[in-house]
Design a protein around this ligand. Sequence first.
Ligand SMILES: Cc1cc2nc3c(=O)[nH]c(=O)nc-3n(C[C@H](O)[C@H](O)[C@H](O)COP(=O)(O)OP(=O)(O)OC[C@H]3O[C@@H](n4cnc5c(N)ncnc54)[C@H](O)[C@@H]3O)c2cc1C
Length: 447
Amino acid sequence: MTPDTLAPAASDVCGRELADSGGHQVAVIGAGIVGAMVALALQRDGHQVILVEPGEPGGEQAASFGNGAWLSPASVVPMSTPGLWKKLPGYLSDADGPLVIRWPALPGLLPWLLRFLWAGHSVARVEATARALSALLKDAPQRHLHHAAQAGVADLVVQRGLLYLYPDRAAFQAEALSWRLRRDNGVQWAELEGPALRELLPDVDPRYGLGIRVVAGAHCLDPGAYVAALVRQAVAEGARVVRARATGFVFEGTRLAAVRTDQGEVACGRAVIAAGIASAALARPLGDRIPLASERGYHVVLANAPVRLSLPVMPSDGKMAMTPTRGGLRVAGQVELAAVSAAPDWRRAELLARFARRMFPALNSGTAAGIDADAASPSSRWLGHRPSTPDGLPVIGPSPAHPDVLHAFGHGHVGLAAAPATAELVADLLAGRRPAIDPRPYRANRF
Ligand SMILES: Cc1cc2nc3c(=O)[nH]c(=O)nc-3n(C[C@H](O)[C@H](O)[C@H](O)COP(=O)(O)OP(=O)(O)OC[C@H]3O[C@@H](n4cnc5c(N)ncnc54)[C@H](O)[C@@H]3O)c2cc1C
């Protein structure tokens, strides 16, 4: 994709509504997975879409580039669950844990953190969150298989299940609430022990004795390339890409007239904010104060890892995704609560690599086993920003005071998987149709 073919000057984009087709000129702000899916859905719904994105669609700047690549109907369990508050002091003091809070960020994050803890204070509340997540996730594998095929990249989405690994049954039962929430939301799984587990995962450390395979789960082999392909497809269907950073909105009376960008104004009758972690700043002048924090996460890729892994796994003691991707074994995880602008702490990426070496003993065999010593060292590392609300649910739907602008952000840990359903909901709301998914849990004014 070359910028020249896709990027008319912002001022060239005309803003009349498409009266003959009944559609609108819609500016979609941000071309991560959510913006890409929204652009496709709206273009197919008869609108003229202009994607406003300063970077390469699917590029490293986006959370959509470097995530764990899980397309999971089972990701319905929010981060905040009853009793989490008791663990908070540990998170502040254990620099090697899966969740760390950087001290300098603590004062600014306190209001978000208190809401985060409150969101998980009761089982009933967590059940409601799981139901709302499930509405966006339950068909995620099928939706992605369909979209990947339509975009000509069917090979990028594979459905072989997703595997949670436990040392033993007691460790599995310690997560009984999570699995009950999954079961209540229609997630099915198969248990694997002994030889069956070894056959599926011949290279995993034998300390893991139980595998729980989410049968319908799928994964993406290259999320960045997938987003780029979806944007190419949207362009092939008539959308345009403007290489610009949105900075605000222009209203004529109460009606939206344009999105303001650093390259000029993009005239439009409707706009969708899908700018990931940058979204809250765009929503604020509209009167929407959305508490959005970056749950920073890291990945490392081991390009030549000598491990046989046919499906993604998540070890219960590491809480990280180990995913076979086109680039190699991707190990993604960690939650680091810190300012968006704070420098990466690459020790967190090293923790991921170290865990992978514990998990796959072959990575430690060195040249004695005929293995390239570099195989155990990451070939790349990455930091990204999960755009997270404290209640674990995205914000989807019209801005209450300026309904010509719709929100589609705040997907936290599940944005890759939930993007197609989000796009369908946005398209229904923008068209004024009765939405197939109940939009109420995601409304902007719930905070
Ligand atoms: C380590 C890690 C692991 C994860 N694992 C998974 C997983 O396995 N499965 C899953 O479903 N999710 C996972 N996630 C979460 C998922 O990656 C995110 O929820 C999702 O990518 C968010 O997509 P988005 O389109 O909202 O934002 P982004 O992908 O961040 O895209 C936002 C885009 O907006 C653009 N932008 C920013 N500001 C502006 C502006 N002012 N004007 C115009 N454009 C702008 C940016 O350049 C960017 O391209 C993970 C995240 C991380 C960090």
